[in-house]
Ligand binder design. Structure first.
Ligand code: PNS
Length: 165
């Protein structure tokens, strides 16, 4: 019987950036099934509610022509619980810098300890390796142009939000 390789790209995606889109697109080519998981910490202040982040990712993937990716959110329990639920054996994350590597390595080891889930790191494209959601939130909050850092749908959504506020 053929093995179906299933992976999860997890993150806060608050908001999804061009760097995230690049990692998702590359991961989708490597696996039979890919899930993008918006993690939601109710105790943490976020720019966008989790359901809005999910909807934006779906829109961004559709506009980018990335097909067959399931987008979910998760606020209960461990990331590896979601992996078990969907049958994923691999987490995929982007690595932008040595700082990312230092932050991600212990989490990768814990996720492997907890459930045997491996983490695959994709080296960020140099075009987006300086981009983060926190930077985008800061630039947007102070009225700067976020268009170079996020997919068009996100720029539109945040600009509309700023106009509302
Ligand atoms: O985009 P982010 O905010 O860097 O990603 C957050 C993420 C997905 C790394 C974090 O929310 C997470 O791993 N949450 C799951 C909690 C968990 O399972 N912890 C134990 C193992 S590290």
């Amino acid at each position: 019987m053929a093995v179906v390789r299933i992976a999860v790209v997890p993150g806060s995606f608050d908001p999804v950036t061009l760097g995230h889109l690049d990692v998702i697109r590359r991961a989708a080519r490597l696996f039979d099934r890919l899930h993008v998981l918006v993690t939601h910490n109710p105790g943490k202040q976020s720019l966008l509610p989790a359901d809005r982040r999910v909807a934006l990712i779906e829109q961004v993937l559709s506009e980018a022509g990335v097909q067959g990716v399931q987008v979910d959110s998760w606020s209960q329990g461990l990331l590896v619980d979601y992996c078990r639920r969907v049958g994923a054996e691999v987490l995929v994350k982007g690595l932008r810098s040595p700082t990312d590597a230092a932050y991600e390595t212990p989490m990768a080891l814990v996720n492997r300890d907890l459930a045997g889930v491996e983490t695959l790191f994709l080296v960020a494209d140099p075009a987006t390796s300086h981009v983060s959601s926190s930077l985008v939130r800061q630039v947007a909050a102070l009225g700067g142009d976020i268009a170079p850092y996020v997919p068009a749908a996100v720029a539109r959504a945040l600009q509309a939000g700023a106009a509302d506020g």
